[in-house]
Design a protein around this ligand. Sequence first.
Ligand code: ZN
Length: 1010
Amino acid sequence: MDQRQEVNITKALNDKREYKRLLLRNSLKVLLISDPDTDKAAAAMDVSIGAFSDPKGLEGLAHFLEHMLFYASEKYPKEDSYMQYLTEHGGRSNAFTDSEHTNFHFDVNAGYLEEALDRFAQFFICPLLSEDATSREINAVDSENNKNILVDVWRWSQLQKHLSSRDHPFHKFSTGNKDTLDVQPKARGVDVREELIKFYEGHYSSNLMHLVVYGKESIENLQNLVEEKFSAIKNTQRSRPYFPGQPCHSEHLQILVKTVPIKERHTLSILWPITPEIKNYKEGPSRYLGHLIGHEADGSLFCLLKSLGWASSLSAGETESSLEYAFFGVMIELTDAGQEHMEEIVKFIFQYLNILQKSGVAEWIFNEVQAICETKFHFQDKISPINYVMNIASNMKLYPPEDWLVASSLPSKFNPVIIQMVLDQLVPSNSRIFWASKQFEGQTNETEPWYRTAFSVENIKVELVKEWEDSQPDAKLGLPSPNVFIPTDLSLKQVEDKVKHPVLLRKSKFSRLWYKSDTMFFTPKAYIKLDFNCPESSSSPEAEILTNIFTKLLVDYLNEYAYYAEVAGLNYSIHHTGTGFQVAITGYNHKMRILLEKIFEKILNFDVKQDRFAVVKEKVLKNHLNLKFQQPYEQAFYYCSLLLEHCMWQRDEFLEVIPRIQADDLVKFAPRITSRMFFECYVAGNMTSKEAESVVQQIEDSLFNSSVPLSKPIFQSQHLERRIVRLDSGTNYYYPVEGLNEQDENSALHHYIQLEQDDTKMNVQLELFVLIAKQPAFYQLRSIEQLGYIVVLMKRNDSGIRGAQFIIQSTVKDPAQLDIRVEAFLKTFESKLHTLTDDEFKSNVNALIDMKLEKHKNLREETQFYWSEIDDGTLKFDRKEVEVAVLRKLTKEDLLNFFNNHIKLGAPGRRKMSFQVYGSSHVAEYKSAKSGEISSYESVVCNGKECALDGVDTEQLKDEKVEVVSSDKPVETTTELVGYHPKRIDDIYNFKRSQALFGSLKSGANQAYA
Ligand SMILES: [Zn+2]
């Protein structure tokens, strides 16, 4: 037991939780958090071993081990029983492997912490790491790599590593793939499972671990639990691996790297090796410098680049960091015009740094940053326990105990010498410039080995360095002004009419106001949401694009002013919605009205600035072009929405209209967007009902009631409706389509089962089915069949129309076969459902009730919940209570009937549609799927080579039989799959027109509300 002096852990003023530090006999460092109010318990274990410790030639071993620990242990040898236990009790689990640590975490309904902890502890006491599971899970690691391989952030991160010292572990590839963890080691005669065990035994020592446990129990009880469960972790007295030295030597500095991105974009990043912030976190030098270099108001670097039309975004701050090294980066998204001025842009960066050098470190700026950070820390929102423990466990090895909660979020010591020291490191001769653009296609001469990123490197010439060093600052550059948005009134409003759910406070021909006073969070924050229904805004693809540009221009015009508000913790957004546009403001309520007024001033006096129009249009076009590079499963998701939404324009249509749209079109169209409007408003948090009403009155007066009003109310017939396609009962459709990016090998399946429009009993049956089937589906389709890294079963809600969806991304099986595997899973799941004991059934029902009764943790979460009721038009603010009442009466028979009528293959009321995106590894299968020959099922291509069918027998399929794998043991058995007659859809629009629609729950201003 720890007999040392108790330290005072700094916590937020509004934090009522109790904390206690503990050191077990095996040197495991623990933080206990007792929160009697919590509905979820959670724990995180951070092990101070990461990918830097991977043995040579076994890249990704630490990450692979992280995956393997989830499988089974000596105490709980049944595979997947850990995940199964958590899911059945409303929990979830995850992990990540970083360079120097690996973090495992879970949450569970608050009453089930003890057994969950016992199971979790076995990860670190006696994992099985079976031969069989090891040989399967390597495929998931490989599929995870396939998911990342065409994603620019992964590619650039590895390129930075590639261009660093080979002797530093920073250089290595960390996630691993089949080649590094299977093929290559086997060829060398290395047994990877033995290596996993060796790695585990060599590094997973309790003295290198940090544990955080969060529960509703008292500190004493939590302490007993932790001592009982975690004392058995072996302490092999390992010393923490130490990686001294810098990843970049002189040959890796003063370089310009040109590289070809996947996406349509130009980016410029300048990186400098700096002293890690962790060494001086109370002085916060990188925070101070990032605040200034990344500022966006008048005088800032970004403001200047924006006025020249060269940049569309800029950020600055510490990037890669560890105890021994770190980088400071300035990341700029360039416009097409900016792409032509790279050297001048870099020159402006150094001019700005020269200004910081000349003006010296300013105490008032540090004080401002400190004040903002302090308010932010003390009035922080509660977050989900799983994220809370994950963050703290990661901090524990880096900070002294008193700062475990604070970490580096509270700079408190003004020390100009330390800030100056880091500023002095940001010089041209120390810089690494990474410049990405498709323009460099064909002009590069090297390829990064892991992601095959094309690049070339050149040294930056000494004359250029000299020019940058000596460059005199542009007159437009300067320090920001004092921030007027910092809140000074943080008092809580006295609210008399405290209500449990939102109330309809006010209704007029222009608007409707919903109001919810704060009864939960007691922070000086509020939320205002304004949803404008503008009938003209969605009348055509052109209209939607023009509305999109309209909202983006508003943000663009507001940016220099509103950036101060954002820095001070008052955030806003303006975006188009497909039926108009939405304005949202959230944060400290003190100065919220000032910002709101400014936003409406811009809407009232909207004008089209030619130069900004061009920049925004270019950005909108690129956004649409880049949809091509979405993950295939996201593309499948898009097709599902396209089919279900009665009114939704297609991306090809947008791509056709954007290039032709001119500034003049918006000059003519903007007045039409706002000519007739109706807005729905939601106000919540630290605001009285009087204030909420005055917000709406003020907006109405400015938009509708002036002498020459901008807007009129919309006609009765124009009121918003949102309708969803109702699939035919008893049908089984599929829509095959090629992936948009012909380089992407991944295929994807989105298997959608439609249910009803917000029917309480059916909703809870659906949720119960998803809860019970989620983990078995994951275990069967991912852990056993290894179809791919992404395997998910979840519920879906389209404007109140509920459904279930299976999502799988794969290179090993084509989407038609994935679809069959889902059907086969449902078949085996049927028997599992039948054998479910009454106790198991009850336990699942109780888990779902607990999840439903979970309190909102912060204003954002609460707003999301109520807003979706308003936005869908369902308006069941007491949904949780009503659904819990129905759940309490639900029987196992009810669930079986639901499954038999709606979910299982051949069910009479089943309405199923599968969206099948074919990647480049399944080109031949796509052709057959399109031509409608069942021959698409006759062969399967595994990783590029033709191979025998595993799992699906062609002959059996012709007789509507497929192999089905039992969900209990990883053994294959055969079951009949009767009634698998999918009908192909070739044209989404023809199909949509042939189907009925659900009624719209959204309706006009005269909608009756109970
Ligand atoms: Zn992983």
